[in-house]
Design a protein around this ligand. Structure first.
Ligand code: IMP
Ligand code: MG
Length: 174
């Protein structure tokens, strides 16, 4: 069924682009001569990944993984399951885990454990959004685009029941 209500803009297109560009430069600056391997967490982070890699110079490779914890609702079940694994090995590589949002932290914590067990040379995490007030578990996030309040956000890759991913901005459902 098509979505009818338009979300209220929280972070507009220009703010997103400017911040993501800065993040890309910062990541490249932190790993100046390295081949960087970015792992995008599907589906929510796909647009963030696309803009992030275009803000980075030099050698960059990408891969994708997917996990589920949410179903169609807006609150975490607390259970995380890997539903799509990587295509390539990450042993000895400099890896950036790219995620849309860190909420309770359960998903990221799980993914970081999975990846660290595979012996990357380094593992850093980049999240477009963070809702620190919702954290259930402490998790290390090296790069955060925007810190936001406890509101359910959609757009720019993020969904509510698979809707709204196509919005070019981050909005709040009210
Ligand atoms: P966590 O495990 O609670 O940190 O949840 C992380 C995942 O929940 C994210 O990757 C999103 O897919 C989803 N999520 C959390 N908060 C939001 C939100 O405000 N909008 C859309 N998805 C969200
Ligand atoms: Mg997600």
């Amino acid at each position: 069924m098509p979505a009818t209500t338009s979300p209220t803009v929280l972070i507009d297109q220009d703010e997103l682009q400017a911040r993501i560009h800065a993040l890309g430069q910062e990541i490249r600056h932190d790993l100046p001569s390295e081949q960087i391997h970015l792992i995008c967490v599907l589906k929510g982070a796909f647009l963030f990944l696309g803009d992030l890699i275009r803000a980075m110079d030099g050698h960059v490779t990408i891969d994708f993984m997917a996990c589920s914890s949410y179903g169609a609702g807006t609150s975490s079940s607390g259970e995380v399951r890997l539903s799509k694994d990587l295509d390539t090995r990450i042993e000895g590589r400099d890896v950036i885990l790219v995620e849309d949002i860190v909420d309770t932290g359960l998903t990221l914590h799980y993914l970081q454990e999975v990846l660290l067990n595979r012996g990357p040379r380094s593992l850093r995490t980049a999240c477009l959004l963070s809702k620190p007030s919702r954290r259930k578990i402490e998790v290390k996030v090296d790069y955060i685009g925007f810190t936001i309040e406890d509101k359910f956000v959609v757009g720019y890759g993020l969904d509510y029941a698979e809707q709204y991913r196509n919005l070019p901005y981050i909005g709040v459902l009210e």
